[in-house]
Design a protein around this ligand. Structure first.
Ligand code: ADP
Length: 401
């Protein structure tokens, strides 16, 4: 079966086409600047040359049509006909409490995703645009939705509730949901497989650190706690997001600076984190370059980032009453040896010891970076959220037959 995976953002659409017989990627690509002038389609067919096309793409329906055209294109295509695509899987950020796992797209499922717009105003509306666009372009092809929040639905009430008036949970569903669930799920499974140990026997802390970042404490293969909350703002210091702070900072700053709700939201989501402290960049590559050059602002940004990450690892070791495996994944986790080194340098009390040489290797494969003496296995596992979406899509479509 060939499965098309779609990840729709407000002005972008990423795609990957899988042949599920061997889980190979036939093509992948990205449409950027949807709704703006000069939209860009970058198409990468496996084994053929990458192609970039600039045109006007006003909405997601046209974006998907252009992608399908490329997939069957004589020169750049990988399919004879669009009919070869037998299912479509969509990434959806927020599944609220309604979706504890992936689901077939039905009118009810779409209505539920729409009800969740309030909780994910930036993310769920584009997902609906992507679904509608796929339905229009590929009528009759089954579609599946896979949620970032679903893996974390196993969190207990004591973990997911905020200590605020309970009426807010009842009326407005204010609670912790967590994000990046597909990635935490995937890398924890790969880690257990790599170590050749039963997943259920392992206490795992997965660190998904990219532009956004979250940690998950995994017990019995299930998400026990995770660092993101109602929205992706809670938890770690990130590229442009503050992560945890005293909630009173918000009202204090709003008052002093006469900021509106949207201004303070923008400050905490887009102008904080590494960017705010370094004063120059949200990209960990620039921050570590600055650190090496002894640049004081970049050094402070790095130290704060590492310290906050390490505190979370410590708190999850407490939550799990120990830790057997720490997994690093996503842009920073997979690529930044210095972040991994500095974090682990200060986790010796847990018995963590990494091998500096193993830590330097870059392979794109799951690998161990802890030394033979380490009491905790420390792994780098490249994440693959698209593959999880493709697998779930295949499973759900087969089950629904
Ligand atoms: P997103 O959260 O947008 O999915 P990614 O997981 O792709 O992001 O991570 C992107 C981030 O990864 C970049 O902003 C950059 O900070 C970081 N990154 C990528 N390569 C490196 C590297 N070689 N060294 C340090 N950081 C890196």
């Amino acid at each position: 079966m060939k499965v098309l995976v779609i990840n729709a953002g407000s002005s972008s659409l990423k795609y990957q086409l899988y042949d599920m017989n061997d889980e190979s990627v036939l093509a992948k690509g990205l449409v950027e600047r949807i709704g703006m002038d000069s939209s860009i389609l970058t198409h990468k067919p496996t084994g053929k040359e990458e192609v970039t096309e600039v045109s006007e793409i006003l909405e997601h329906t046209t974006a998907i049509r252009k992608v399908l055209d490329k997939l069957v294109d004589k020169e750049h295509g990988v399919l004879n006909s669009v009919d070869e695509i037998q299912a479509v899987g969509h990434r959806v950020v927020h599944g609220g409490e309604a979706f504890k796992s992936s689901a077939l797209v039905t009118p009810e499922a779409k209505a539920e995703i729409r009800r969740l717009f309030d909780l994910a105003p930036l993310h769920n509306p584009p997902a609906i645009s992507g679904i509608t666009a796929a339905e229009k372009n590929m009528p009759g092809v089954p579609q599946v939705v896979v949620f970032d929040t679903a893996f974390h639905q196993t969190m207990e009430e004591k973990v997911f509730l905020y200590p605020i008036p309970k009426v807010l949970y009842k009326k407005h569903h204010v609670r912790r949901y967590g994000m990046h669930g597909t990635s935490h799920y995937y890398v924890s499974r790969v880690a257990a497989e790599y170590l050749n140990r039963p997943l259920e026997d392992l206490k795992i802390i997965t660190c998904h650190i990219g532009n956004g970042g979250s940690l998950t404490a995994i017990k019995d293969g299930k998400s026990y706690d995770t660092s993101m909350g109602l929205t992706p703002l809670e938890g770690l210091m990130m590229g442009t997001r503050s992560g945890d702070l005293d909630p009173a900072v918000v009202t204090f700053v709003m008052n002093k600076e006469e900021l509106t709700i949207s201004e303070v939201n923008s400050m905490l989501n887009k102008h904080s984190g590494l960017l705010a402290i370094s004063g120059s960049s949200s990209d960990m590559r620039d921050i570590t370059d600055g650190l090496e050059a002894g640049e004081p602002n970049a050094t402070l940004a790095f130290e704060m980032y590492e310290y906050r990450l390490r505190k979370y690892i410590g708190s999850y070791a407490a939550a799990l009453n120990g830790v057997d495996v720490i997994v690093f994944t996503a842009g920073v986790g997979e690529n930044s040896a210095v972040v991994r080194e500095k974090v682990c340098e200060n986790l010796t009390y847990l018995g963590v010891e990494i091998d500096p040489e193993l830590n330097k290797i870059r392979s794109g494969e799951p690998r161990r970076i802890s030394s033979a003496n380490s009491k905790v296995e420390v792994l780098v596992v490249p994440t693959n959220e698209e593959l999880v979406i493709a697998r779930d899509t295949l499973r759900i479509v087969e089950e629904s037959k």
